[in-house]
Design a protein around this ligand. Structure first.
Ligand code: PEP
Ligand code: MG
Length: 568
């Protein structure tokens, strides 16, 4: 039995799909040049066929412009100059593998050093195609998550956000990774997809092979490779019980989220894409509290998403919300969220570096496209815009002014823009929590991003499993920062929400309710369990509980307090 970090709920039992990228090791042996050229031609033909096949498979889910990436790859694989350069090296005595690697590496560094972003982006295409070609020369297989066509549990060293985005819920029963913490984006995506997942499970890659049977319990963080009959029976029963409990929650689907003494809060959902909206509605959310737009940028393969593409995505979400509020967060890129077509300068601490609103205020060209798309979509529903990673009042004012100026610009162009857009901010940096009452003069609302707020307050990297013990949402220090933020908002008549993972944590709900949180935004799958808790509590009692919690010495004392009010 292996232990990892529990991320979500649910149990998965199935066959292991081990996600392993092949390691390229160039052979030293050299055959006759004619034989090497034959190997090269066979590998090139297979590479072309592979790309065509991937394009074909992707054509049902990707749009025309997104499929263009495969045409670029095909052109590269069929480029006579690329092939001629490799053949020239083979004729000079190299084997096909070394010649391919050398020619590709030279081309990659040449394109990477160019000023023009179009050519810079081509370097990524060459990397992709040459990796595939080398794998074919070496007889190695590249795993492709989109080809999975049977039910599996994915076991990987790490799942990047784009790996998670490729998962087909029909076949992916869940996943386990060696690396990652509770609030790594892979974990958050798993919760959003309603997939059981265990992260930071050291040793899991070694412990299993493709095709083994695996059990994962995402609530307890337990992973069992090749279970015996008794364990299979036990977990099959647990899975059954979990599904039954989920079914029983359905009675709360259209109920308001009101405490026993009549205090109402909003339970809304976090989404990463318009596709998530069906899930939001099915789970009885009262709107969207966080739309992480960076996924739109991460899913785009070779360029920033256009104004039109963004407009369409925002319009779908607003329309599907049917008049309920949709809080859209502007681009939060950087940290662990990278883009294939945008190069970040290396930094010692990317989580503390050039990211989110810092990048947007510096690269107004990138920011402009998103803000225009958002404002254009604003007439299709109830839009609220929020900026991530705000540290100073000046940053907030600049970002807000930029939105207002862009609105003017659009109106001059004859575009209709809603007059009721709320403009707020995430509170995820301790400095902004400390100054919340001042920020509240300018912001229409706050949404507390506890994933980062805890990371920055405890100085504990949210990606590191070694310091995961410091992810302590109920630590009184964190509760005091939350209180400061909520009180700050209320002092100026503004509302305060929370969209970090803590908002959907059953142990946090009583305290957050007592502290006066107005809006709880979480993965759709957490809405009904949280509504069950809220509707069973008394707000006045929770205020007393929160006051006691604020005076505790440590997190465990707060957990003990909470356990005394939560029945199960
Ligand atoms: C947070 O930091 O709590 C948050 C919601 O943002 P993200 O997890 O996307 O950084
Ligand atoms: Mg954050």
């Amino acid at each position: 039995m292996l232990k990892g970090i529990a991320t979500s709920s649910g149990i998965a039992i199935g066959k292991v799909y081990k996600l392993e990228q092949p390691i390229i090791q160039i052979s030293e042996s050299v055959k006759e040049p004619s034989k090497e050229i034959e190997d090269l031609e066979n590998a090139l033909n297979k590479t072309i066929a592979d790309i065509e096949q991937i394009k074909q498979r992707a054509s049902s889910s990707l749009k025309e412009e997104e499929l263009a990436i495969f045409d670029a790859h095909l052109m590269m694989a069929q480029d006579p100059e690329f092939k001629d350069q490799i053949i020239a090296m083979i004729n000079d005595g190299s084997n096909a593998q070394l010649a391919t690697k050398t020619v590709s590496d030279n081309m990659i560094s040449m394109f990477e050093s160019m000023e023009d972003t179009y050519f810079k982006e081509r370097a990524a295409d060459i990397k992709d195609v040459s990796f595939r070609l080398l794998c074919n020369l070496l007889g190695l297989t590249i795993p492709d998550l989109t080809t999975i066509n049977e039910e599996v549990v994915i076991v990987a060293e790490e799942m990047t956000p784009s790996d998670t985005a490729q998962l087909n819920k029909k076949y992916a029963l869940g996943f386990v990774t060696e690396i990652g913490g509770k609030t790594s984006h892979a974990a958050i995506m798993a919760v959003a997809l309603g997939l059981p997942a265990v992260v930071g499970c050291t040793g899991v890659m070694k412990a299993c092979k493709h095709g083994d049977t695996i059990i994962l319990d995402a609530k307890e963080g337990i992973v069992i490779v090749n279970p015996d009959d008794k364990q299979l029976e036990e977990y099959s029963q647990k899975k059954e019980a979990f599904l039954k409990e989920k079914e029983a929650l359905q009675v709360l689907l259209h109920q308001p989220s009101i405490t026993l003494d009549g205090h109402q809060v909003e339970l809304v959902a976090n989404i990463g894409s318009p596709k998530d909206m069906d899930n939001v509605i099915e789970n009885g959310a009262e709107g969207v509290g966080l739309y992480r737009t960076e996924f739109l940028y991460m899913e785009s393969v070779d360029s920033f998403p256009s104004e039109q593409a963004q407009f369409e995505a925002y319009k779908v979400v607003l329309e599907k919300a049917e008049g309920q509020r949709v809080v859209v967060r502007t681009l939060d890129i950087g940290g662990d969220k990278k883009l294939p077509y945008f190069e970040f300068d290396p930094e010692m601490n990317p989580f503390l570096g050039y990211r989110a609103i810092r990048l947007c205020l510096d690269r107004k060209d990138i920011f402009k496209t998103q803000v225009r798309a958002l404002l254009k979509a604003s007439t299709y529903g109830k839009l609220a815009i929020m900026f991530p990673m705000i540290a100073t009042i000046d940053e907030f004012k600049s970002a807000k002014q930029f939105v207002l100026d862009t609105k003017e610009e659009l109106i001059k162009e004859g575009v209709k823009v809603s007059d009721e857009i709320e403009i707020g901010m995430m509170v995820e940096i301790p400095a902004s929590a400390a100054l919340a009452d001042e920020f509240a003069k300018y912001a229409d609302f706050f949404s507390i991003g506890t994933n980062d707020l805890i990371q920055y307050s405890m100085a504990a990297d949210r990606m590191s499993e070694k310091v995961a013990y410091l992810y302590q949402p109920l630590n009184p220090a964190i509760l005091r920062l939350i209180k400061m933020t909520i009180d700050g908002a209320h002092s100026k008549g503004k509302w305060c929400g929370m969209c970090g993972e803590m908002a959907g944590d059953p142990k946090a709900a009583p305290v957050l309710l007592g502290l006066g949180l107005d809006e709880f935004s979480m993965s759709a799958s957490r809405i009904l369990p949280t509504r069950k808790i809220i509707t069973s509590l008394n707000k006045k009692d929770m205020e007393d509980l929160a006051n006691k919690a604020l005076k505790c010495d440590n997190e465990q004392e707060v957990i003990d307090l909470v356990n005394s009010v939560l029945k199960d």
